[in-house]
Write a protein that binds this ligand. Structure first.
Ligand code: ZN
Length: 151
C-alpha cells in the first residue's frame, strides 16, 4: 500500500454508515449526525515496529482497512472504529452494533434505538444472510431491515 492509497476516502464505510443511519429513521427521536469518517493509516507505525523488532516481515503487506468514525447524537459526541473485514452481513451487523454501543454510551439512560412500545432498546439480529433491528424480547419480531439496499 503506497501512501497515496491511504488518502482514498473510505467510500465503503460512508455508504455503510449512511445505510445504517437510514435504517434508524422511525426507531429513534435522537438527531444523529456523522461528522467525520477517516481512514487510519497504520503503515508507518507497522514499519517502525518491524524495524525496531528486526522482524523479517513486509511492512507494506495489505491489512484490513480501519476507519475512525465520529459523530453526534442529540448533541453528545460519540466515536467508534470500523474494520473492512468479513462478509457484508458481518460488516453491516458490526457497523450497526458499534454505532449503537457508541451512541448508547453517549446518551446514557435513553434506550437506543427505541424498540416501539417497549422500555428496552432494539437489537441487531442476523437472519438468513440479512441484518435487522429486532425486539430482544419477542425475537420473532423484526422491526426493520438494516441496509437492505446493500444486499
Ligand atoms: Zn421490544
Amino acid at each position: 500500500m503506497s501512501s497515496s492509497d491511504a488518502a482514498v476516502p473510505p467510500t465503503w464505510a460512508r455508504e455503510l454508515l449512511t445505510q445504517v443511519l437510514d435504517s434508524l429513521r422511525g426507531l429513534t427521536a435522537v438527531p444523529l449526525e456523522i461528522t467525520s469518517v477517516e481512514l487510519i493509516d497504520r503503515a508507518a507505525e507497522r514499519r517502525e515496529a518491524i524495524g525496531i523488532l528486526g522482524l523479517d516481515l513486509d511492512p507494506d503487506i495489505q491489512q484490513s482497512a480501519e476507519v475512525d468514525v465520529t459523530g453526534t447524537a442529540g448533541g453528545e459526541v460519540f466515536q467508534f472504529f470500523l474494520l473492512d473485514l468479513g462478509d457484508l452481513a458481518e460488516q453491516v451487523s458490526c457497523c450497526a452494533n458499534s454505532l449503537t454501543d457508541a451512541v448508547q454510551e453517549a446518551l446514557g439512560s435513553v434506550p437506543f434505538p427505541t424498540c416501539p412500545g417497549h422500555a428496552h432498546p432494539a437489537v441487531v439480529e442476523q437472519r438468513a444472510g440479512q441484518v435487522y433491528w429486532s425486539c430482544p424480547q419477542t425475537r420473532a419480531t423484526v422491526l426493520k431491515p438494516i441496509a437492505p439496499d446493500l444486499f
